[in-house]
Design a protein around this ligand. Structure first.
Ligand code: ATP
Ligand code: MG
Length: 479
């Protein structure tokens, strides 16, 4: 059965309050009574669906103002003394949903509460839809142009609409949660909630409660019943983060749940059936955990029906420049500085660095660099010292190729180059130009012609971008 709505009644007039509460409970509402506005304000986290507030009690209007300031969109029905028209008008100005004169009429109370709840439900729904829109958009915010990321996008397209359990793995900070959300918001379960449980962060003894919830009296401290995450996620997606950390006892319980998608709250033997999608993730080697007997094999096969692997950032360097552009745009308004470019040295260092913390670390680095730069460009000295070391000439004896960003619009994708001198003036007439000099001239000339646009320059010369970059490196080291 759906839980009936929760109402708060704040009134110091005990006989009148008792009468209202009795009527409301007869309608099946859960009612909490307060004889003090402060207490009510402290309990807003319980998210009541409506509040009935007597504004004739001391500081009644002040409590109403603070309820509105709390900005929870909870409708407040005020109760006024029959003759206190002024305070009713004042209450409506502050934002009361409606007012009722004392003694409150039973039918009017019923109708007003129903309207208030209807409005609250609608506001919640609109907010959820807005959030959903934002999140759907965030699928577009998974940035990547590497083949590896293209494969991830194709996998999201392939499985988001099918209700199979998906397992997302990759190092820390590679975007596992982002992918899980994209799967959710592109699935049939998107109308429900995306509910995450971090299996590594919840103490073992609390996990059962977290998953299944409890009934009142299940423990000495359980003075109220509470829904578990499985119930909250009903109709939506349950995201099991760090699933490899799940304690063995909980693994057995989860397996039992997966067999028929039903469970009991702690302290109850009533079966609750839910329909939800499960996505799990880990940055650890789950197969190895299975081999070592730390993770149940039967559970592994239930969770890993389809798996998506997100490679570490150092294995997809070509994503780095567009991620940088993405973060420059993302934090532009936060930082209120106009930073549009990254110097070529800084870009080189950022591309060559090995990013143990992956995209999360890159995001933090760009944010930090944006804060520290005083110009419109992120320079090598704005980067963390360990990243600065990766600038060409310091590291990179392995001759790693520096990829070229594809996006041509941003200045950060354009490598500044020295002007090419006409061949005749740069070489003494007495000496014949060496092959190297001719080659270098052709490169500089192509770069000048294309305003430093490497892909175009490489194309003009009929060579690959990789070769182009190797040559530039060679010319720089000769200088
Ligand atoms: N491809 C991407 N495009 C844009 N932002 C990304 C991308 N990948 C990761 N991020 C950003 O990096 C941060 C970390 O991502 P997320 O939390 O999804 O990583 P994770 O793999 O779950 O990490 P952990 O294993 O530490 O939990 C987030 O701020 C996310 O928005
Ligand atoms: Mg995560």
């Amino acid at each position: 059965m759906a839980t009936k709505e929760l109402l708060f009644v704040v009134d110091t007039d005990i006989p009148h309050r008792k009468m209202m509460v009795g009527w409301l409970q007869d309608q099946g509402y859960r009612v909490k009574v307060f004889d003090n506005g402060e207490l009510c304000l402290n309990m807003l986290d319980e998210n009541p669906d409506a509040i009935c507030l007597d504004i004739n009690m001391s500081a009644g209007l002040d409590i109403l103002k603070r309820l509105k300031l709390a900005n929870r969109d909870i409708p407040v029905l005020v109760v006024t003394e029959n003759e206190a028209v002024d305070s009713a008008v004042e209450a409506m100005k502050i934002g009361a949903f409606d007012y009722m004169a004392k003694p409150v009429d039973k039918v009017r109370l019923k109708i007003n509460v129903e309207r208030a709840i209807e409005m609250h439900t609608m506001v919640n729904k609109i907010q959820r839809l807005q959030g959903e829109l934002k999140e759907t958009y965030s699928y577009k915010n998974i940035i990547g142009q590497s083949d590896a990321m293209k494969q991830v996008f194709a996998q999201i397209d392939e499985v988001s609409a099918i209700n199979i359990n998906v397992f997302v793995h990759g190092e820390s900070g590679t975007g596992k949660e982002l992918v899980a959300k994209a799967l959710h918001f592109n699935s049939a379960y998107k109308a429900g909630d995306f509910v995450a449980i971090n299996c590594g962060a919840i103490p073992e003894e609390l996990q059962e409660n977290e998953f299944f919830g409890h009934e009142k009296g299940a423990y000495t401290s359980a003075d109220d019943s509470r829904m578990g995450k499985l119930e909250v996620a009903n109709g939506g997606t349950l995201f099991l983060d760090e699933v490899g950390e799940m304690p063995p006892k909980m693994q057995v319980k989860l397996l039992r749940f997966l067999q028929d998608k039903s469970f009991e709250r702690v302290g109850s033997n009533k079966k609750i059936h839910v329909d939800l999608r499960i996505i799990s993730a880990t940055n650890k080697d789950l197969e190895n955990a299975v081999r070592q007997g730390k993770f149940r094999e039967d559970l592994y096969y239930r969770l890993v029906v389809y798996s998506v692997f997100i490679p570490p950032l150092r294995k997809r360097e070509e994503d780095i420049p567009i991620l940088i552009n993405h973060f420059l745009k993302k934090y532009k308004s936060d930082i209120s500085k106009k930073i549009t470019t990254v110097s070529s040295y800084a870009l080189e260092a950022l591309v060559r660095y090995t990013w143990p913390g992956n995209v999360r670390q890159l995001e933090n680095e760009i944010y930090r660099a944006m804060v520290s730069t005083r110009t419109d460009t992120i320079q090598i000295e704005n980067l963390s010292p360990e990243i600065q070391k990766f600038r060409e000439g310091h590291v990179g004896e392995d001759n790693r190729f520096i990829p070229v960003p594809d996006n041509q619009e941003s200045a950060s994708t354009v490598i500044p180059v020295p002007m090419a001198q006409p061949l005749s003036s740069s070489i003494s007439p007495a000496t014949r130009p060496t092959f190297n000099e001719i080659e270098k001239h052709a490169f500089l000339e192509a770069l000048n012609r294309t305003n430093g646009n490497v892909p175009q320059a490489a194309k003009d010369l009929g060579i690959s971008r990789a070769t182009f970059y190797r040559k530039i490196k060679k010319f720089r080291s000769v200088n």
